[in-house]
Design a protein around this ligand. Structure first.
Ligand code: MN
Length: 335
């Protein structure tokens, strides 16, 4: 997915001071672009908190009637320094990228694209898709891995649970128990460059689960549907509950409707990153360079595209998205 804001801000993202308990991050609506654009609900980044582990971006969308909105129509656009994590509840998205990968993103299957030094890709909901519903997340790559060659991974996690609950661990590992029952454990084989966890949680009404957490990780829980208590606190729908490092477990309690939630987490990044549009870098100058290279490579502005950072793309695809204008205010790192 591309950040379709017409005047994206340059955002310095770093570890913020931890809060004492659970903190609520409320979503803001962002149109995805196009005449009948579908909206996404963005809970990361925000001024209050820009990173959860290395997770730096969370767009949650749908259920979106594709016939009315046109669904997801995001032509070729670039990324640097991050991984995109696509997770769908309903519908299908066709992914195509400059590293030569072509995939259909399906519910219950994670698709992880590592941009590394640079990649470009397009995302379109398939013609068969009537309802689109899911989440698009980005993970910032640590400095040691942010110049790797672009690549793509796919994994369909085996759900753990029973007829009352299911958990699909798409990144990292997680241990879950129900009441006084035995622990269930699942681990994803997908490579990450910092310690991360990502899972979808489904619960029938009245179910209670204890989720074991790594206490050196921070976590976020996004409620997609139903009513859910995180420990003693009610989590409003579409909100992201933030849990600082130190939690060894949490108890999730489903209300009177079936629950769908996403759990994300990881070790704090401890690096200051700079996010602008679809780029993650470290300095303003670097982001300016990424933008200039992208514009030159798609022919929007003259420049040397002899060694293409963002690769080649198949002929006949819709025109690439040009980069927005950079903000004139130059950001300085904040502590
Ligand atoms: Mn994208």
């Amino acid at each position: 997915m591309s950040n379709m804001e017409t005047t994206p801000e340059e955002l310095v993202c770093s570890d913020h001071h931890a809060c004492a308990g659970i903190e609520l991050l409320t979503p803001r609506n962002v149109p995805l672009g196009g005449p009948r654009a579908m909206d996404v609900r963005r809970t990361l980044p925000q001024k209050q908190r820009s990173l959860i582990g290395a997770w730096c971006f969370l767009d949650h969308y749908g259920p979106d009637p594709v016939g009315d909105t046109g669904g997801m129509r995001v032509p070729r656009h670039p990324h640097t320094g991050l991984q995109t994590v696509s997770w769908l509840f309903t519908g299908e998205i066709e992914h195509r990228d400059s590293a030569g990968f072509h995939a259909i993103v399906r519910p219950g299957e994670v698709n992880l694209m590592t941009a590394g030094r640079g990649i470009s890709h397009s995302e379109f909901s398939t013609p068969e898709t009537a309802v689109l519903h899911g989440a698009q997340l980005w993970v910032a790559l640590p400095d040691s891995a942010r110049h790797v060659l672009p690549t793509f991974a796919h994994h369909k996690p085996e759900p753990m649970g029973n007829d009352q609950w299911e958990v699909r661990v798409f990144l990292g590992s997680l241990s879950v128990s129900e009441g006084n029952g035995a622990d269930h454990y699942s681990v994803s084989p997908v490579t990450t460059h910092t310690e991360l966890v990502g899972a979808e949680i489904l619960m029938e009404p009245g179910t209670q689960l204890r989720i074991a957490l790594k206490s050196h990780h921070e976590h976020g829980i996004l409620l997609d549907s139903g009513a859910l208590k995180v420990d003693a606190d009610e989590l409003p729908k579409d909100n992201l509950a933030y849990l600082p490092v130190g939690y060894q477990s949490i108890t999730l309690t489903a209300g009177t409707k079936p629950v769908r939630a996403l759990l994300i987490g990881g070790e704090p990044l401890h690096e200051q990153i700079l996010m602008w549009w679809n780029f993650v870098g470290r300095t303003h100058e670097e982001v300016v360079k990424f933008r200039q290279q992208w514009q030159a490579e798609i022919g929007a502005e003259p420049g040397d595209a002899s060694s293409k950072r963002f690769g080649d793309f198949p002929e006949g695809e819709p025109a690439a998205l040009p980069a927005p204008v950079l903000p004139t205010v130059r950001l300085r790192p904040r502590d």
